[in-house]
Each structure stands twice: as structure tokens, then as C-alpha cells.
Design a protein around this ligand. Structure first.
Ligand SMILES: [Zn+2]
Length: 157
């Protein structure tokens, strides 16, 4: 299950929370939903998805987790010090979401696959990525993307 990803030390913006990322993310997408806007303080969340086992050396004591009521059931961690995103978990902690801002070397990441909740966008994005609107469409595309990502991981063995 190894790939040629060079491990990186991810962190929140003030480095109070750190973790080592040991694997290429399974998926990367850009979410424009209002919760992501709230969470990041930005127009959207450009975020990667990894398996919990892809991370090591987690030092996230200074992360405060909060769950928004709306599905998907994601627990979003903000740094207690810089109040910027630290790490997010989903599916009972088995999936980890890390904003691309938290990687020191973004060039090593896969390109984003799509825009989600594009109807909530603060501004138009001029790129060729698919853009999905609303909860049903966005949710089903995430599930599909993750299923493909997992399939690739499993068949790579
Ligand atoms: Zn911080």
C-alpha cells in the first residue's frame, strides 16, 4: 500500500497542531458550502481526504472539535490558538480531511476533482472542473469520488 508520496508535516497556520501525512490523499475537492466558509473563514474549503492510517505523529491537543448538525457528519477541528482549520474527521474518525493550506508542499497533491455546493459560491471560479450544486448532487458526487479513491487504494496492493 505504499506510494511515492514523500511524507509531509501538516499543521494549522500557527503550528500548534501538527501531524505527519504519509500517503497521497484519496481525494481532493473544493467545497463552497456555508459551513466550509464558516470553518475556513474563506470563500471555500480546498480539502483533501485521507484514511486515518495515512497519518502519524498527531499532535492535535490544541484542536477544538465541533460538529455541525447538518450531514455529512464531519467533526471539524479548529486550532484553539490561531482559530484556523487544524484537521477534520468523518465516518467515525476513519476518514481524515485536511485543508490543502495545511500542507507545506501543495505541489505534491493531486489536482482537485470538482467543486461542491457551487450554488453557494461567493464568487465564480473559472476552471474546467465539474461544478455540482446543492446537497443531493454534492453529497452523491463525494461518495462516488471516495468510493473510487478507496477502490484504487485497495486494488493497488
Ligand atoms: Zn494554530
Amino acid at each position: 500500500m505504499s506510494d511515492d508520496f514523500t511524507p509531509q508535516e501538516g499543521s494549522c497556520s500557527c503550528y500548534s497542531n501538527t501531524y505527519t501525512i504519509n500517503h497521497t490523499p484519496m481525494a481532493r475537492f473544493i467545497c463552497h458550502c456555508t459551513i466550509c466558509q464558516d470553518y475556513t473563514g474563506k470563500a471555500y474549503n480546498d480539502v483533501t481526504v485521507l484514511l486515518k492510517s495515512d497519518l502519524s505523529e498527531l499532535e492535535i491537543d490544541k484542536t477544538r472539535f465541533r460538529s455541525w448538525k447538518m450531514p455529512p457528519n464531519i467533526s471539524r477541528g479548529l486550532c484553539k490558538r490561531c482559530h484556523k482549520p487544524s484537521i477534520e474527521t468523518a465516518v467515525g474518525g476513519n476518514l481524515v480531511l485536511i485543508p490543502t493550506d495545511n500542507y507545506p508542499d501543495k505541489a505534491a497533491l493531486p489536482e482537485p476533482a470538482m467543486h461542491l455546493f457551487y450554488n453557494r459560491r461567493i464568487r465564480d471560479v473559472d476552471d474546467n472542473l465539474p461544478k455540482y450544486e446543492g446537497f443531493v448532487q454534492s453529497q452523491s458526487m463525494v461518495v462516488k469520488e471516495l468510493a473510487q479513491g478507496l477502490y484504487k487504494r485497495v486494488t493497488k496492493r
